[in-house]
Design a protein around this ligand. Structure first.
Ligand SMILES: Nc1ncnc2c1ncn2[C@@H]1O[C@H](COP(=O)(O)OP(=O)(O)O)[C@@H](O)[C@H]1O
Ligand SMILES: N[C@@H](CCC(=O)OP(=O)(O)O)C(=O)O
Length: 370
């Protein structure tokens, strides 16, 4: 019986991150929906009054900027999205400030770029600010800093950002609120009906059709929520996915949504960063033997099992390790520069010069992701 444990852990969490998506807060025609925002805030305020600390990750800046700028739909190009976010973020922050004020609560706005969460040194800085805000009884309201994020470095959707923030603040639970009330066996907008109440292992997701957003306002769809749930699970954080309209139930102990069980053994902060936060700058292609060695036997990656190298990385950078079908199997810190590798790959250690006889990715610097 795993289900009561995951839900009980979410219900009992002292510190939690709540993420709300654009499709639950905004409509293309009218922009920000004040009633929906108040419902969410009521749920959070209820939880704060029961002695929990809540960090809110809120999307909706771009959605809230659509109507005031006279646009008809969510802009597709980055620069107009940034302009819309610049206008919409102000309305969003103002609306939260007013809505939380009804409950005597103060909010603080925190706009993060991917770098603030992904670079280890910046990570500490964000961690300090958020923990001081919580100490002061403030509800931090986080969004990606859309106006400066470029296509290459942006998170785009806030699900992954929320999972990384949950790890960063040492949250006991993550609640993802959307316009859909649970994970289904396919997109419910396209007819699927079987609600998944609990996910205990990633293998259970195999037969499901987990798709993109179809609201025209959200970005990542269910795909990014499921991926965020597995990121949080790796950090030992249970996740509940539910409808923003049922925020009070989700923040209470009601049997709503889909619960994702946390992994039993939580990765160390460094290994979590390596596997889930760091931005990989290259790819190493592995043969089947090397995949088995690094994934199943937790061995170091040697030059003999590498069949190809992509990217311009230096020793110390983080790279993806992919199998012959190009599927990601692990992530690790590479011990050679990209330019050094082509002359080594495929050779066993005894055929290499003594200074080249070291692991390409050491087992201690490698996180299997399959
Ligand atoms: N298997 C699935 N179960 C539930 N929803 C799904 C599934 N596959 C795709 N979706 C879609 O994902 C949408 C939620 O994602 P998104 O619009 O990005 O939300 P948000 O703005 O809250 O991040 C749902 O409205 C639904 O249309
Ligand atoms: N930072 C963006 C979030 C983009 C987005 O649509 O995210 P989400 O709704 O979480 O899939 C915004 O505030 O509009």
């Amino acid at each position: 019986m795993t289900e009561p444990n995951t839900r009980a852990a979410v219900a009992a969490a002292r510190r939690l991150v709540v993420k709300v998506g654009s499709s639950a807060l905004t409509t293309a025609h009218d922009g920000l929906d004040a009633d929906r925002l108040d419902t969410l805030v009521d749920g959070i305020a209820g939880r704060v009054s029961r002695d929990s600390q809540v960090v809110l990750v809120s999307s909706g800046a771009i959605g809230a900027g659509i109507a005031p700028l006279g646009l008809r739909a969510r802009p597709r190009d980055l620069v107009t999205q940034q302009a819309a976010a610049s206008v919409g973020q102000l309305s969003l922050a103002h609306a939260y400030s007013e809505s939380f004020r009804r409950h005597g609560l103060r909010v603080g706005q925190v706009l993060l770029t991917a770098d603030d969460v992904v670079r280890r040194a910046h990570y500490r800085n964000a961690q300090r600010t958020l923990s001081r805000l919580l100490m002061l009884g403030v509800v931090p309201v986080i969004n990606e800093n859309d106006t400066v994020a470029t296509e290459e470095i942006r998170f785009g959707d806030n699900d992954r950002l929320a999972a990384l923030v949950a790890h960063l603040v040492g949250a006991d639970a993550l609640i993802l609120l959307s316009d859909v009330d649970a994970l289904y066996d396919g997109d419910p907008r396209q007819g699927a009906t079987r609600r998944i109440s609990e996910v205990t292992a990633e293998s259970e997701l195999a037969g499901l059709r987990v798709g993109k957003s179809s609201s025209g306002l959200g970005t990542g769809g269910m795909l990014s929520k499921v991926s965020a749930a597995s990121t949080a699970a790796a950090a030992g954080i249970p996740v509940l996915l539910a409808a923003a309209a049922h925020a009070e139930d989700a923040l209470g102990a009601a049997e709503v949504g889909t619960a994702f069980q946390a992994a039993k053994s939580r990765l160390s902060a460094r290994r979590f960063w390596l596997g889930y936060a760091a931005g990989p700058v290259g790819r190493l292609h592995l043969d089947d033997g090397a995949v088995a060695a690094v994934v199943r036997r937790r061995r170091s990656l040697l030059a003999a099992g590498i069949t190809g190298v992509e990217g311009e990385f230096e020793a110390g950078d983080v790279v993806d390790l992919v199998d012959p079908a190009e599927q990601l199997v692990a992530r690790g810190v590479v011990a050679f520069d990209a330019v050094e590798l082509p002359s080594l790959i495929g050779y066993s250690s005894r055929d290499l010069a003594p200074e080249q006889r070291r692991e390409v990715v050491h087992a201690d610097d490698l996180v299997p992701l399959r």
